[in-house]
Design a binder for this molecule. Sequence first.
Ligand SMILES: [Zn+2]
Length: 454
Amino acid sequence: MNRYLAPWALLPGGWAPDVLLEIDEAGMLTRIEPASSRDGATLLAGPVIPGMPNAHSHVAQRALAGRVEGAGPAGDSFWSWREAMYAFVERLDPESFEALAADAYAEMLEAGYTSVAEFHYLHHDRSGAPYARPAEMAERILAAARSAGIGLTLLPVLYRFSDVGNAPPQTQQARFVHSLESFEATFAACVHAGGGVSNVRIGAALHSLRAVAPEDIAPFIAIVDAHDSQAPLHIHVSEQEREVAACRARYGATPIEVLARHATLGARWSLVHATHATHDERARIAASGATIVVCPTTEANLGDGIFPAAEFLAIGGRIAIGSDSNVNLDVAEELRWLEYVQRLSLRRRRVLGSGAGSLGDELYARSAASGARSLGQPVGKFQVRHRADIVVLEPLEDESPPSLDTCIFKSGAFRVREVLVAGQMVVHGGAHVHRAVLRRRAGAARLRLVACTN
Ligand SMILES: [Zn+2]
């Protein structure tokens, strides 16, 4: 049993002073008591907030951040970016993948993300053949998450085709591709490797309606349900207008309509992006209890478009945030962009707040709770029987109680001092406790990848 005293803590009802947090051997919160005395508890050095779940990540793409901004011969777009990303992941071997992932997860923790949904489709070796262990690369993600100490929802991805209408996969997609049968084997291996592991949940994902056929959806769900009928299910959907147009042309329906025809949308579902969802589709998603995962800085980087978050929240929708391509690992910046693109689009201020309270507090708390739902993990708020994922911020000058308005809207003010995951300290003094060794391994992996030219 560990006991901490936070000078201020962001509880479900707002900021409270002198909050005692008791944590059991399993890393779960057993008592949360405002207005407590120190009484032998360890004093935390600043205001504390629940760790933010990161609801969408392709971890290896962190190594591409800032390196894919040049225009190709035909200009630059989501599709030309995708070619550059394929050329990079084509070279990744298991050791390099694990090293880069562990380093990126350490960076996420330093940023205040304490758990991550990893959307994993780099299944096979460089020739496209399965590894001797069908979940070799998934096991590397599990190992990376364990070395960094981040909570993980692992989402092995069903990926079959290169485009709507069962177009055969391109050579560069060979590492991603499964039949339903081989996906089932990989999924079972992921359950074997990660099921029952502390701070890990196994879910699954459909890559998109570009990469699977409508008739794959029901058997995919059956495979997952045989293990866990509540397991989180994710899908990229309606990210690009071209994808929506191709689905309409082929199926006479949008990607979200196709999904809803073949699956019962509900709390276990996360629809990633949904940028081009129609008004009716957004209402349907909100009513179903599914979460939309918005990835503001990646969507901006890729020129995807703007998800109408204000309208969706106003009808009771749930929005989680994801760092997606990992071009940006900064929780405050992600939330600021979520709000700012709405301001630019609607030409007014304070768009995503529902009441008169702090917009920053509300944005943070809502995104964290929706992120927890998306990951299917008991995190995202300080509540008994929830995991003790705790972010200690640098104290703000002259603010008592603290305000996440300052932390989110004043750039540079969201400064993470300490991070605990399941009660274990993984970031201390602003740096990951294994920062040096993880950074060195990732640096060596980058050199190997540069040396590997074919
Ligand atoms: Zn993605």
